[in-house]
Design a protein around this ligand. Structure first.
Ligand SMILES: [Ca+2]
Ligand SMILES: [Ca+2]
Length: 133
């Protein structure tokens, strides 16, 4: 009785950046629902130090938002990189801006600005390593 067990060769088509996809989706949903800041605040209340740093970020954000309309546009983003002496090409700035403008309204709100800070931090690291005396 040679039972032929048809082994299904299940192909695992799990995307490599599953977490990233999930995070982006979650953020998009939150941004649309407008609940991002509320959930941020409830978490921050439990972490005084984060609150302090967050306030600093908010101050930085307000400095970059030159026309104080509550969002950083691409032009303002360019200025902020100039001020920080981060040399990025026009293309890179556009790419960063698009990556951070999660709800695609051509403006970077504070929650999206936090995403930018994370991205810039990640981008800065290899640059720092690249510096050879
Ligand atoms: Ca602005
Ligand atoms: Ca936006």
């Amino acid at each position: 009785m040679g039972g032929a067990f048809g082994k299904d060769s299940v192909k695992h088509t799990v995307p490599q950046s599953k977490l990233e996809t999930k995070m982006v989706e979650a953020m998009q949903q939150r941004a649309l629902a407008g609940s991002t800041m509320r959930s941020f605040n409830s978490i921050i209340l439990k972490f005084p130090k984060i609150d302090e740093n967050f306030r600093k970020c908010k101050t930085v954000f307000e400095q970059f938002d030159e026309d104080s309309n509550g969002a950083i546009d691409q032009e303002e983003l360019k200025h902020c990189f100039q001020k920080l002496e981060i040399s990025l090409t026009e293309e890179e700035i556009t790419g960063l801006f698009k990556a951070c403008d999660i709800n695609e309204d051509m403006g970077m709100k504070f929650n999206e600005f936090i995403v930018l800070l994370c991205l810039v931090y990640l981008l800065q690291k290899p640059t720092a390593l690249h510096v050879v005396s």
